[in-house]
Design a protein around this ligand. Structure first.
Ligand code: ATP
Ligand code: MG
Length: 409
């Protein structure tokens, strides 16, 4: 691959100061540099520092091979398929990831089985310029060089940062076919950073959105959880719906207006500092659909509600290989909301009030009542009931160790 000359911003032309960089990452950068290797901060951290944001992690890129990295650090171990990533461990279980610069392999180098392509592509070593070119967006392909504290820009990422514009490296039509998860990442980053999306990205999504179904479910699952963690699940899934991506991303999720509005309230909850759990996110995704298919009439029994909840969330959990523990919790949260919506005075109410998941269910139901204000009186009534419910005795807690709503139907 021919190498373009990068634009180099010397220290006095950018705002990144070493004070903003995690001290352990700095140690790793310096040690690599002292031993004659290139040592760059790469990816999201450079982007975030240039935008004045706090980076989530400080990944490092180098021309040292994983084995060379391992020899330099006592606390280093190699991970990943083919052991191509170095993890350096610091106090408090902290990990710094050091990756050798990689490149996009040529077509004829790819393994026969397309299933192996993603991992193979991740593992072919290259130059810094090639490493930048294999990344997804120009703003994610910036490097910070510890040798002279400069920022290295091979692909015009600095200009795009200034212009608040998300641009795919290369032709989106090709890059999205290569890895369909990039379509979701495009919308995710534009929402996170409030950047505009280039027109050619929309065109490519329109053309290739079906390919999201071929992406590894584990990767899609991770990106979906990223949306919740970054408090942008509402706007991103709304845009995904408008672009026709939803059926290919989350097959069972209809993304109605009310459901999207609920996700926006979940985002606000996360913004207050409450960590988002996957079971809560799944229950939130499917609450509206569940409530619709399961009207809280006195005639609908808990057993029927359980059956409907399973019908809705089991396909999601199966597709994304979500553990039975998380699935169980998501289902209990839905059933809790069903009980709240049905009103008071049904069988086993006392045990329900004392169920460990009931307060969390009420949190979800309370957020739901922001979308459906007619439910607000029920929220008040149940909140009082939970507060005034006598604490459970230890012996009764033991008796129902494996309690679930099934057992108090
Ligand atoms: P954050 O960690 O804040 O969510 P990030 O930019 O660090 O954002 P990661 O998912 O951690 O995102 O990925 C690290 C870097 O790896 C990205 O900045 C990008 O350069 C590259 N990258 C990640 N996913 C892809 C992909 N699907 N295709 C190409 N490059 C990718
Ligand atoms: Mg990152």
């Amino acid at each position: 691959m021919s190498e373009n000359k990068p634009t180099i911003l010397p220290r006095n032309q950018h705002c990144i100061s070493r004070k903003q960089i995690d001290t352990d990452s700095l140690k790793v950068l310096y040690r690599l540099h002292r031993h004659g290797y290139k040592a760059y901060l790469v990816g999201g951290s450079v982007r975030d520092l240039l935008l004045g944001r706090q980076p989530k992690d400080f990944d490092i890129g180098t021309d040292a091979t994983p084995n060379q990295v391992r020899k330099l650090f006592r606390n280093c171990f190699l991970v990943g398929r083919r052991f191509r990533l170095a993890h350096i461990r610091f106090a408090g279980n902290k990990l710094i990831e050091v990756a050798t610069f990689r490149r996009q392999p040529e077509e004829e180098e790819l393994p026969d089985d397309p299933e192996d392509h993603f991992h193979f592509v991740q593992n072919v070593f290259g130059s810094p310029g090639e490493d930048a070119a294999r990344r997804d967006f120009t703003i994610n392909a910036l490097f910070y060089n510890i040798a002279d504290f400069s920022v290295i820009d091979y692909l015009g990422g600095i200009k795009d940062l200034h212009e608040k514009r998300l641009r795919v490296i290369g032709n989106p039509q090709i890059r999205f076919v290569e890895d369909p998860v990039r379509m979701l990442r495009a919308i995710e980053f534009s929402a996170r950073l409030d950047f505009t999306i280039e027109a050619d990205i929309y065109t490519a999504i329109e053309k290739h959105k079906e390919l999201l179904e071929t992406a590894a479910p584990a990767r899609v699952r991770e990106e979906i959880m990223e949306l919740f963690r970054h408090k942008i699940a509402g706007p991103v899934l709304k845009l995904c719906r408008e672009l026709g991506m939803l059926p290919h991303l989350l097959a069972g999720y209809p993304g109605t207006d009310e459901s999207i509005a609920l996700l926006a309230t979940i985002d606000q909850r996360t913004a207050t500092g409450i960590p988002i759990e996957e079971s809560f996110a799944i229950a939130a995704l499917y609450l509206r659909l569940f409530m619709d298919s399961c009207p809280p009439l006195p005639k609908t029994t808990i057993t029927e509600a359980l059956h409907l909840a399973n019908e809705i969330i089991v396909p999601h959990c199966r597709y994304f290989s979500i553990s039975s523990g998380i699935r169980h919790q998501a289902r209990e949260l839905l059933i809790g909301c069903f009980r709240f919506a049905r009103g008071r005075g049904f069988r086993a109410e006392k045990r329900f009030l004392q169920h460990p998941l009931t307060p969390k269910s009420l949190e979800l139901f309370t957020l739901w009542s922001q979308v459906r204000p007619d439910l607000t009186p029920l929220v008040k009534n149940w909140s009082t009931a939970i507060k005034t419910s006598p604490a459970e005795s230890i012996s009764s807690r033991r008796r129902r160790k494996n309690y679930s709503h099934k057992t108090c139907a």
